[in-house]
Design a protein around this ligand. Structure first.
Ligand code: ZN
Length: 500
């Protein structure tokens, strides 16, 4: 391979600077959600903006463009890690530099304003007050999409920001395959006799006991607790700051221990991915996550495939029973049924695994129409309610339980929603491939030995960072392109098991 010019080392060094700044900004963000005194938010916003501004200037400086051009001219072999890094760096540089600063600032202002209006609008279920802000954010998103470039479908350019490599029509085709089967599965699940429900386990589960249980669980599933923490926040999240520093949060409900349990299993899936990224590549794309969808596949795999399985509840039942006296009279199967209950509900973030993707399919259909202009903002509530009735069979009572429930659109985050479903589908496909590749996989899970599964994920997904686009990574890990079949057959089997 011809030697890469010195500029390559400069790109690596700049990437490392940006990663360190990003981790510093991330730590400020983590602190803001967990510990920050109430009066400090204004000052924190200024600090965070300062860090973000420095990072943006460093990432978009003209010398970065020259370094990239010099390296590209050297033409490293197309399948080399260096070529992959250059392609990802070029992608990010072009996206960051194609939008003029005044448009970035206008978008920041508009979404800041929209977000505070949305908070109030959601409380009062007052779509009319939010509508002009949504209109404004959509027009800004279209302008940015045009600047980023697309071939006639502006949503493509927005999607590219969250799930590089995917096109709108590919996502639409995948979701069209998914929708009728998901509707059938969920309708079957709604009619299961002796309907499973979390309410069947209602009792008092002291927070202290929940924390004790989770601290046992975390290292057992492979999370390095000396290189990360679990804290509390209103909205659980995971922030992989860098090597040896992964911050996760959860929330506790003393009437329902599954809120923290599944919250933590989900965030730990993200955390394990962050802890598995190659440390030596901090600052290059090889040290970054492949995409949001791939990140979500890791969280869903641990939350739903591992944590909602028979083997999980059988294996952990003695610990649950010992930790929570209010589980007296129950058994592992009651818990497994409760954890897998399928229910019609309005709110996406509270939805079960079967209905969850219907909530996403609805959002994807509507936001592509909003971006293309085929759906007018004023018609959004009616369109939402009609589609909701069709997919979930419920009449939406008001917009706070309908089109005002999510924060994403108020931040201008059009194109984000599909990554959740891509993550669900990917998680199931990886699970199926791990089953195929690992002999005695189930026997390990029953013994609470998650090392073979984690090692498989490390090798197939984590170790590659962002070297491959998500679609290629899935193909390499599972031997086929992403397909809803694995996920659907798992859900169908689950509903069958619940009916038995
Ligand atoms: Zn997640």
């Amino acid at each position: 391979m011809p030697a890469l010019p010195e500029a390559y080392q400069k790109l690596r060094a700049r990437g490392r600077e940006l990663a360190l700044l990003g981790a510093t900004g991330g730590l400020l963000g983590w602190d803001q959600e967990t510990l920050l005194p109430p009066k400090s938010h204004g000052f924190r916003a200024e600090q965070s903006a300062q860090i973000a501004g420095i990072a943006h200037r460093l990432a978009t400086a003209p010398e970065v463009g020259s370094w990239l051009s010099a390296c590209e001219a050297a033409q490293p072999p197309a399948d080399s890690p260096e070529a992959a890094c250059l392609a990802r760096w070029r992608h990010d540089y072009n996206r960051a530099t194609k939008i003029p600063t005044d448009l970035v600032e206008e978008n920041e202002r508009a979404s800041g304003l929209a977000r505070s209006v949305w908070v109030e609008a959601r409380k009062r279920s007052d779509f009319a007050s939010f509508a002009p802000h949504l209109e404004k954010l959509l027009s800004l998103a279209r302008r940015m999409a045009d600047l980023w470039g697309h071939s006639g479908q502006p949503y493509d350019a927005l999607l590219e920001g969250y799930e590089p490599g995917w096109k709108t029509k590919e996502v639409a085709a995948l979701f069209e395959k998914l929708q009728p089967r998901l509707v059938t599965i969920s309708e079957k699940a709604f009619t299961i006799p002796a309907h499973p429900s979390r309410k069947n386990l209602s009792g008092h589960y002291p927070r202290h006991d929940q924390e004790k249980f989770l601290q046992t669980l975390l290292p057992k599933i492979g999370f390095d607790t000396a290189a990360g923490r679990l804290d509390t926040s209103t909205h659980p999240f995971c922030s992989g700051l860098g090597p040896y520093d992964t911050r996760m949060t959860t929330r506790y409900d003393e009437t329902d221990f599954m809120v923290s349990l599944y919250g933590v299993l989900h965030e730990t899936g993200h955390g394990l991915y962050d802890q598995g990224l190659p440390e030596a590549e901090l600052g290059t794309p090889l040290g970054q996550a492949a995409s949001l969808g791939i990140h979500e596949s890791q969280s869903r795999l641990w939350e739903n495939r591992v944590g909602r399985s028979h083997s999980f509840w059988k294996a952990w039942w003695p610990d649950f029973a010992r930790t929570f006296p209010d589980l007296t009279g129950h058994n592992w199967e009651h818990c497994w049924r409760a954890a897998n209950a399928v229910e019609r509900s309005f709110i996406r973030v509270e939805a079960d695994e079967v209905t969850y993707d219907l909530h996403i399919l609805l959002r994807f259909q509507l936001e592509t129409l909003l971006i293309s202009g085929d759906l007018k903002v004023r018609d959004l509530p009616a369109a939402w309610n009609e589609l909701f009735q069709k997919l979930l069979g419920l009449k939406v009572p008001d917009d706070s339980k309908g089109c005002l429930q999510d924060i994403h659109w108020s931040l201008g985050g059009f194109g984000y929603f599909p990554t959740y479903t891509l993550g669900n589908l990917t998680g199931s496909q990886l699970w199926q491939a791990a089953h195929r590749d690992l002999p005695d996989f189930e026997a390990f899970l029953v013994c609470r030995d998650y090392r073979p599964l984690l090692a498989w994920l490390r090798q197939k997904i984590h170790a590659h960072g962002r070297r491959y686009l998500a679609g290629d990574l899935i193909q390499r890990a599972t031997g086929k392109p992403l397909d809803p079949e694995a996920h659907l057959s798992i859900l169908e089997q689950k509903v069958k098991d619940l009916s038995g």
